[in-house]
Ligand binder design. Structure first.
Ligand code: ADE
Ligand code: ZN
Length: 335
């Protein structure tokens, strides 16, 4: 994919990125060797060959296998730092990244090991690359409410290092309503709230995320489009959506990029943002996702600029940081 100068130079904000989904095949193999972890797929070609998904679960099976190479604090640091260097080169200026602690604690890795490695890299990213950040802890929805509460207990001593909580993993059959009490508790603890909804699951799950979990952003949200009344409500409430174009195509939630609903979502008044989800698995970081929707052609230059501005607005950055990001974007667009 040829990245245009416009996309490459655009100051960007990423709001939907699973740090474990930024584990590139090369690093996966390197860490497997370093940590003496056996992998089913033995080389880069075999891994890339396996990255052909027909649905979310195909991907998740490989995603959980892939993260099994992450053991030490240094591993989590290296993973996060590699992501930050990549997106810094793409002029990404603020990131809000997800991590899946249950994918690690279930393998016997200490919560603190995971958190410390990621946080240390984020702090270095802010200092050395000028990328501000927020960290969001996701609960795995295929696991129980009790498991979620236990994970929250592990997070509470580190309240100041984790800005928000989210909900991810297998969607169909795991509606948001299962986690209403957990999210109420997280809200009481002062966490920002987001949830994956309407990626593969029906519009009704998006409604539950809004009404029962009371989320401040919806991750994906594509299938809300099947319920125009719901779309109107979300648009009126100004609840942003973190859309992930290449992910949607690779997981076959959209048959081809030309048919991606992002243009229609924006036309319906939804506050849409553009993000990468799991870039190592879906063929692209921020630039590639922005370029894909421009080539689609789903969005014009103006549409992409609106999405970039929406992401600043929809972020959990401080008001001062938002103002600086807006100024940077406006200066770029004016030039
Ligand atoms: N975990 C990592 N990527 C995900 C996605 N796209 N949907 C749900 N859970 C995920
Ligand atoms: Zn996601």
């Amino acid at each position: 994919m040829e990245i245009s100068d416009f996309v490459a130079g655009l100051p960007k904000v990423e709001l939907h990125l699973h740090i474990e989904g930024s584990l590139e095949p090369g690093m996966m193999l390197e860490l497997a060797k370093r940590n003496d972890i056996p992998l089913i797929h033995k080389d880069e070609a075999a891994l890339l060959e396996a990255y052909q998904f027909t649905q979310l679960q195909d991907f998740l099976d490989l995603y959980y296998e892939g993260m099994s190479v992450l053991l030490t604090e240094r591993d989590f640091y290296d993973l996060t730092w590699a992501y930050l260097e990549k997106v810094a080169a793409q002029n990404t200026r603020h990131v809000e990244i997800f991590f899946d602690p249950q994918g690690h604690t279930s393998r016997g890795i200490a919560f603190e090991t995971v958190l410390s490695g990621i946080r240390r890299a984020l702090d270095d990213g802010e200092r050395h690359l000028g990328i501000s950040n927020r960290l969001i802890m996701c609960f795995l929805r295929h696991l129980s409410e009790a498991d979620g509460f236990a994970t929250l207990e592990q997070a509470l001593p580190h309240r100041d290092e984790i800005y928000g909580v989210g909900l991810d993993s297998s969607e169909l059959g795991y509606p948001p309503s299962r986690f209403e009490r957990l999210f109420t508790r997280c809200r009481d603890e002062g966490f920002a709230l987001v949830a994956h909804a309407g990626e593969e699951g029906p519009a009704h799950y998006v409604q539950e995320a809004v009404d029962l979990l009371r989320v401040q952003r919806i991750d994906h949200g594509n299938r809300a489009m099947e319920d125009p009344a719901l779309v109107a409500r979300i648009a009126k409430a100004g609840i942003p959506l973190t859309v992930c174009p290449l992910s949607n195509v690779r997981l076959q939630n959209v048959d081809r990029i030309e048919n991606h609903p992002i243009g229609r979502m924006m036309a319906a008044g939804l506050k849409v943002t553009i993000n990468s989800d799991d870039p190592a698995y879906f063929g692209g970081y921020m630039n590639e996702n922005f370029q894909a929707v421009m080539d689609g052609p789903n969005l014009s230059r103006d549409g992409v600029a609106i999405a970039a501005s929406n992401a600043i607005e929809a972020s959990f950055a401080t008001p001062e940081r938002k103002e600086a990001l807006h100024a940077e974007l406006q200066a770029y667009l004016a030039a």
